[in-house]
Design a protein around this ligand. Structure first.
Ligand code: PML
Length: 249
């Protein structure tokens, strides 16, 4: 199999600095490499956040035998009419999952004080709310995952009335995060100014889509991973960044 990663930005120098436009990755069979590269290029050049002037594409062969496999999280949803209503529901859902109210408040405070979008996630202790990673506003990138069989995924999601890259990528990422030892819950809303849906996910209950989590036009998004006290943060980050995980539908 081949891993294809794309990241794009605008206004930096040789890809350093500037505004992050989009990033995406796929793990595909060799026969699908060309078409996947084209679709990722198209995406970098027609993104709501702007038209990238720097695009980096990395293609690497990976071993299917060494990949871990996990199940796609089950999906449930909550309809919210406003950002405030959506965020209130997310707070309650996180507490129902087992995150303490104190840790929930610290997560919201951290996400709501961001001055720019996070490309990765903050890792917080699910009891104390203490930040455990040292990656600042960049956060920890969860990478090296995709659905095991794209056709099965498309069939299942279209039966649920869901489609699009946002849902696919978020659901795959949340499934990998939930499969990691120590994960308790995740909270996310998008940095795409046109995309107001967010989610709370957990190994316990699955992936909860919350229809409105931010104002239309807001280009600041981010993620928090809540972990159980005593989690080995170094191994947790290593799994999220480096372990190849194929998500089965
Ligand atoms: C993102 O694309 O940045 C995050 C999307 C979160 C919600 C995805 C969904 O619609 O379920």
């Amino acid at each position: 199999m081949f891993s294809i990663k794309m990241r794009s930005s605008l206004g930096g120098k040789n890809g350093n600095g500037g505004k992050h436009i989009s990033g995406a990755e796929r793990i595909v069979q060799e026969c699908d490499v060309e078409k996947t590269v084209l679709s990722l290029l198209e995406r970098a050049r027609s993104h709501q956040r702007g038209k990238a002037d720097f695009i980096n594409v990395k293609i690497q062969e990976i071993s299917e035998e060494q990949a871990a496999r996990t199940k796609l999280l089950s999906v449930y949803s909550h309809k919210s009419a406003t950002k405030d209503e959506g965020r209130l529901f997310a707070r309650k859902e996180l507490v129902r999952i087992g995150v303490t109210p104190k840790a929930v408040e610290k997560a919201f405070l951290a996400l709501e004080s961001l001055s720019d979008s996070m490309r990765g996630a903050m890792i917080l202790d699910s009891v104390t709310g203490e930040r455990l990673d040292v990656f600042g506003e960049r956060g920890v990138r969860c990478s090296n995952m995709d659905v095991a069989l794209s056709n099965n995924y498309e069939e299942k999601l279209s039966a649920l009335g869901l489609s699009g890259e946002h849902v696919r990528e978020a659901l795959v990422l949340a499934s990998k995060v939930a499969s990691c030892k120590g994960s308790v819950a995740e909270l996310c809303w998008s940095d795409d100014p046109d995309y107001v849906t967010g989610y709370v996910a957990s190994p316990k209950f699955g992936y909860c889509r919350i229809s409105v989590m931010k104002e239309l036009g807001d280009f600041i998004g981010g993620r928090v991973f809540f972990v159980a006290p005593g989690t080995n943060v170094e191994s947790y980050i290593d799994y999220l960044q480096n372990k190849v995980v194929l998500v089965e539908v």
